[in-house]
Design a protein around this ligand. Structure first.
Ligand code: UDP
Length: 250
């Protein structure tokens, strides 16, 4: 029998890239279906699941700004793009019979509920998966910060940070540095100080200040979410009481 789940409520951060699978752009239906099955499995074990979704598979505000757009306008476009991803996920979740609500930080009332914290908690209590769309609703932020913020607001015990094809946190970018070392555990502070790409520094600071652990894992392995929820050590744990980061050879 599977172990008693370690958490009652988690927040799953899905970057836009995590929805792309092997594609260069957009969403891979097979990948989305796999995600839906994993969420269903974990939820069936009695773990409340909220999701924050990014939009890097469609649009990033910084790239728009780099091409000469006003940064705030570009960021609002990025937030709107997360709504598309949220609806894609909702559709996939419902096709596997997972009741889902999309709550948006920007008003798009025809397709999503407005974000109301107590209502989000109520949905979770009723075993619905809640997908948070439109990030924080503010330009100059990222969906990583939205993940930290919403996780704290709904009293999630951990953030599960899905990476596309990367096992966790390394001391350098493994796609550029073949000798990069894998870090099984690291503190938030070390991640910030060493500029490791777990999350952006605003999001990491929020997690550090509020003692929220982050599990960084490879989305490509379909057992990983279930394993983390079972208390197995998978990927990298970022937490205030992590042991001093000891690199392991990749
Ligand atoms: N964004 C924003 N405020 C937020 C969240 C997101 O302005 O609170 C915009 C920003 O332009 C960002 C884009 O939405 O580039 C997509 O989000 P993100 O880059 O975090 O997506 P991910 O990297 O997770 O796919």
């Amino acid at each position: 029998m599977a172990a008693e789940p370690r958490f009652k409520r988690v927040l799953l951060k899905l970057s836009g890239e995590a929805l792309m699978g092997d594609l260069d752009y957009g969403t891979d239906p097979a990948q989305i279906e796999r995600i839906a099955h994993q969420v269903k499995e974990v939820q069936a074990r009695g773990v409340g699941v909220a999701v924050v979704v990014g939009a890097g598979n469609i649009y990033r505000g910084l790239e728009g700004a780099a091409k000469g757009m006003d940064r705030a306008t570009a960021d609002y476009m990025g937030m709107l793009a997360t709504v598309l991803n949220a609806l894609t996920l909702q559709d996939a979740f419902e096709r596997v019979d997972v009741h889902t609500r999309v709550m948006s930080a920007m008003a798009v009332t025809e397709v999503a509920e407005p974000y109301i914290r107590r209502r989000a908690i109520r949905h979770l209590e009723k075993d619905r998966v809640v997908i948070f769309a439109a990030g924080t609703g503010n330009p100059f932020f990222t969906t990583d910060t939205a993940a930290a913020l919403r996780a704290l607001e709904i009293h999630a015990e951990a953030i599960l940070m899905a990476k596309n094809g990367v096992e966790g946190v390394f001391d350098a970018d493994p796609s550029l540095e073949p000798n990069a070392s894998f870090l099984p555990e690291i503190t938030h502070r070390q991640a910030i100080e060493r500029g490791l790409r777990v999350m952006d520094s605003t999001a990491l600071s929020l997690c550090m200040d509020n003692d929220l652990p982050i599990y960084v894992f490879n989305m490509a392995d379909e057992r990983n979410i279930d394993r983390i929820v079972s208390g197995e050590r998978v990927g990298t744990l970022v937490s205030n009481d992590a042991r001093e980061a000891v690199p392991e050879k990749a």
